[in-house]
Each structure stands twice: as structure tokens, then as C-alpha cells.
Design a binder for this molecule. Structure first.
Ligand code: HPA
Ligand code: MG
Length: 225
């Protein structure tokens, strides 16, 4: 991980989606009818997510493909990205003469209520990560906002003595005053708007949506708690 302003060599911010990009009209794609009216636009279609994930898998294999990888999937928002990323790494591994053993573990973080980040971060299932000692660890996260959550998590993981920690984040938000970290592998850099779909939720809704979309005000009101 690096400070936000510093881009080390080879690191990429991924596909950059600009602030003034309006997204695609929902009418151009299919999506669950139960979310009609709850979304403003499609910001990243599912197919593009899959194509970008395939390339990230290759970059990860190029960097880490010589040793076993312990994947640490950050639930719940990271489950779909993690599953697809692991699948692509497996494809590459099976189709080359370098096969790398991978194990997958899950931890759960919770810090959001409605569309606001709360102060208290809960790490569930992360009490004993002693199996990470001496291992190459790949933390897989769906979205990195301020980076505060990620920073806290990394401190927690580092305490168990892994040999190396890399972070793959599908989305990184462009937020002001980002104190913390950017992932080593980034799918997309996106505007600072609340997005849902592809396992990212708003109060547990929208995980069953394939595309990454911007939630509408109607949607926010409807599922507010
Ligand atoms: N969507 C869903 N979950 C999130 C987001 C978001 O935009 N930012 C941080 N967690
Ligand atoms: Mg969430």
C-alpha cells in the first residue's frame, strides 16, 4: 500500500471514470425489475467488470505467481469480485505451467449505515489470523472509500506476520482528504458517489444486481433504515 498521493512505479489507478461522466441509461441494459426507479444510471456494466478483472488476475499472477497465495476476501461487498478474481487466477494458473496453490478465507467488515461511514468498524472472523504468518496474502475488497477501513484492516492483518500483503480493490473512490491507502491492484477509480450492485449494497439491498449503478434518491429513501 502507498500513500494516496504517491503512485509507485507499475501501480495503476485502474480505469478512471471522470466526475462528469453521466453513465449509461438503464434502458440500455437489463436489470431486476424490483429495482426500477431506484437507480440513476449504470456506471460500470457487468461485462466491463469481468474484462477488467481478467486483466487484474494477470497482473496478480505476474507479481505473485511464484508462491502460494492466501486470499483474504472482505465480506460482504467483496464476495463477487473475489469469486470472479479467484476464478480468473485459477484459469491462468491451470492454463500455464505455473500452478499456484490458493486458499481463500473470509472476514467481514461493517462500518456503513445508509450511505454514511460510521466510526465503529467491526472485524468479524478476524480474531485469529495466525495462519497468515509467513504467507503471501492478497486482500480482496469491493470498494475503498476513504481508505480508513482498509488501513485499520491492514494493521490488524500485519500483526499476524504475513510475508507480504497485497490489496486488490475493484473500486476506489476519488475522495477529498483521503488519509489512507490505495490498493496495489485497482479495477476502477470512480467519482465520490454512492454506488451499488455486484455485491455492493445499500442497507443490504442491491447485492443481487450485476452492474455497478448509482443509486437514486428514490432508492435511498425506499431502503433507508
Ligand atoms: N457503495 C456501497 N458500499 C460502500 C460504498 C458505496 O459507494 N462506499 C463504501 N462502502
Ligand atoms: Mg455495505
Amino acid at each position: 500500500m502507498a500513500e494516496f498521493a504517491v503512485q509507485s512505479e507499475g501501480r495503476s489507478e485502474g480505469i478512471v471514470i471522470k466526475d462528469d461522466w453521466p453513465g449509461y441509461s438503464l434502458d440500455l441494459f437489463s436489470y431486476p425489475a424490483h429495482y426500477s426507479g431506484d437507480l440513476d444510471c449504470v456506471i460500470i456494466p457487468h461485462g466491463v467488470i469481468m474484462d477488467r478483472t481478467e486483466r487484474l488476475a494477470r497482473n496478480i499472477m505476474d507479481d505473485l505467481g511464484d508462491h502460494a497465495i492466501v486470499v483474504l476476501c472482505v465480506l460482504k461487498g467483496g464476495y463477487q469480485f473475489c469469486a470472479d478474481l479467484v476464478d480468473r487466477i485459477k484459469d491462468l494458473s491451470h492454463n500455464s505451467n505455473r500452478t499456484i496453490p490458493m486458499t481463500v478465507h473470509f472476514i467481514r467488515l461493517k462500518s456503513y449505515l445508509n450511505d454514511e461511514s460510521t466510526e465503529d468498524l467491526h472485524i468479524l472472523g478476524g480474531e485469529d489470523l495466525s495462519f497468515l504468518a509467513g504467507k503471501n496474502v492478497l486482500v480482496v475488497e469491493g470498494i475503498v472509500g476513504t481508505g480508513k477501513t482498509m488501513k485499520t484492516l491492514l494493521k490488524h492483518v500485519e500483526a499476524f506476520g504475513p510475508k507480504m500483503i497485497k490489496v486488490a480493490g475493484l473500486l476506489v473512490k476519488r475522495v477529498l482528504h483521503s488519509s489512507a491507502c490505495v490498493p496495489d491492484y485497482v479495477g476502477f477509480e470512480i467519482p465520490n458517489r454512492f454506488v451499488v450492485g455486484y455485491a455492493l449494497d445499500y442497507n443490504e439491498y442491491f447485492r443481487d444486481l450485476n452492474h455497478i449503478c448509482v443509486i437514486s434518491n428514490t432508492g435511498k429513501m425506499k431502503y433507508k433504515i
